[in-house]
Design a protein. Sequence first.
Length: 183
Amino acid sequence: MTSSNWNSEPDPSKPREDTSIPSASDPAAGSAPDASGAPSVGSAADPYGQSGSPVPQWASSPAPAGQPSPAVGVPGHGAPGYGAPAGFAVAPPTSGMAVAGFVVSLVSLFLCAGITAPVALILSILGMKKTAPDAQPPAGGRGLAIAGVVISGIGVAILALFLIWIIGFAGLAVLMGTSTSTS
């Protein structure tokens, strides 16, 4: 086909070009055996010194009907979409209490100056109970629950210091007000 249009039909009056892949042992393809009888490596027909089919073994044998196709890549691992590979457990779902405690503790610390820290502490403790190693049903997210307890504990400490500061200034103002009125 000498036409520039790749989608055109071949001209029946012209001889057809041979587009087959020559085999490595075909003497006409330029891979004639050398003096030792072995085909020459790096010839035009076999430039990489490989013999046999150019198609990999895994691609030449499809899986039987109804069976998953073999995985391409790392041996011993199943194809995607067919569950966890052998030897690996599926992670349990993450506890909503653990996530809620973590998120509320972050909001408390960075946006609310510790005001919602007690709520975050309660949610995080409930999340710790739900993600305990012996909890039934098992739930993931224990790290989130622990982080929520730590962050909300910091938030509660900030809130306590803030309240002590407010009460201290209010008490000082009351003392200053009563001490000036008695003099």
